[in-house]
Design a protein around this ligand. Structure first.
Ligand SMILES: [Zn+2]
Length: 341
């Protein structure tokens, strides 16, 4: 009996080990495939009706856009566009951050956009395209802005990675970012259970910005115990068992702008007060703007917001020869940056 039990335990370990190895090999292969891509497929329209599709098609064909139309079971259509990676990243930078902001802040945004893109490309999707063009992934639209292209070109190949050791040489960080932290950022795992923490940061400028204060009054629900909440520093992240992120999704991101720092419970209302905008994990865009204005480089800005990761520069990503080199680890990885000032 004891012998059978030992055999079962050993088999279980072997199965778990093999599954881990296969999952890892799978991910590596996806990442390697991603690095030789020159372009990616982005879903730029979804669930179009037949009549809408016709006018969209004419417009896109007049602009010589490289599109593919997918007909779905419910007789609606998706439009997928093949976009060169450089154009995609410049388009994301132009939509995710005001282009009038300092170049070092735009460059930080470009590195994050590139990291997020590769992290997503390393996940299997199987739904006919790589990325959404809206907030489900990163907001994209075509741009002609020199500043957007400068931010992308001046950070060519730079991505944020975890250094995971010999058997798992690296993993690209799915880098989160938000508009305004209100004074400090929060661990990603407290916003989305299971998310990897990339470290947190304090922003003096966000704690005193006049324009970022908000409040929201809502009906008091009898089922909720409002005196039972969980905080990270001064930010309330859970009320009773509900996460603030879930509450924001339900009530509106523009109403409960981020994690509140004060809660006032009246006879029939609850007043939430806070500072900042967005989920609060990863890079704070307003804070990165302020740091750039103070003379910080994009590398220093990224180190400030992601202290637990490293930045690496991949040369010759588009060179097919680099595929095998990538397999034997880090030979094409160059320029591990020093963050010291
Ligand atoms: Zn901030």
């Amino acid at each position: 009996m004891k012998f059978i039990f030992v055999k079962l335990v050993i088999s279980l370990f072997v199965i778990l080990f093999l599954r881990h190895e296969i999952a890892f090999a799978d991910k590596q292969e996806l990442l390697e495939t991603a690095f030789i891509k020159e372009s990616i497929s982005v879903r730029i329209y979804k669930n179009l009706k037949n009549t809408e599709l016709n006018s969209v098609k004419v417009k896109l064909q007049n602009e010589n856009r490289n599109i593919k139309i997918i007909e779905k079971e419910n007789l609606t259509f998706d439009v997928i566009e093949n976009i060169k990676i450089r154009d995609y990243l410049a388009g994301v930078v132009s939509k995710e951050m005001p282009l009038s902001w300092p170049l070092e802040a735009l460059k930080s945004q470009a590195v994050i956009a590139r990291s997020y893109m590769y992290a997503k490309l390393a996940m299997k999707r199987g739904d006919g395209y790589d990325l959404e063009s809206d907030h489900m992934d990163q907001v994209f639209s075509w741009t002609k802005s020199n500043r957007a292209y400068l931010a992308v070109d001046n950070t060519h190949g730079e991505v944020l990675v975890y250094n995971l050791g010999v058997h798992q040489p690296f993993e690209i960080v799915k880098a989160y970012y938000h508009s305004d932290c209100g004074g400090h950022t929060v661990p990603a795992s407290l916003v989305w259970p299971g998310a990897v923490d990339t470290g947190t940061a304090k922003d003096k400028s966000c704690a005193i910005r006049h324009s970022n204060q908000w409040q929201y009054k809502m009906m008091r629900s009898k089922q909720v115990n409002y005196s039972h909440f969980k905080k990270y520093k001064d930010k309330i992240l859970f009320i009773a068992e509900t996460s603030i992120q879930k509450l924001r999704e339900r009530i509106g991101f523009h109403l409960i702008k981020n994690s509140p720092s004060e809660i006032e419970v009246g006879a029939d209302f609850v007043l939430l007060k806070g500072r900042g905008y967005g989920h609060g994990a990863g890079l704070c865009q307003w804070g990165s703007r302020d740091l750039a204005l103070q003379g910080f480089t994009h590398i220093e800005i990224l180190k400030h917001y992601y202290p637990k990761v490293v930045m690496k520069k991949f040369n010759s990503i588009l060179n097919r020869k680099s595929l095998t080199e990538l397999k034997i680890n880090q030979t094409i990885v160059e320029g591990l940056y020093s963050y010291s000032r």
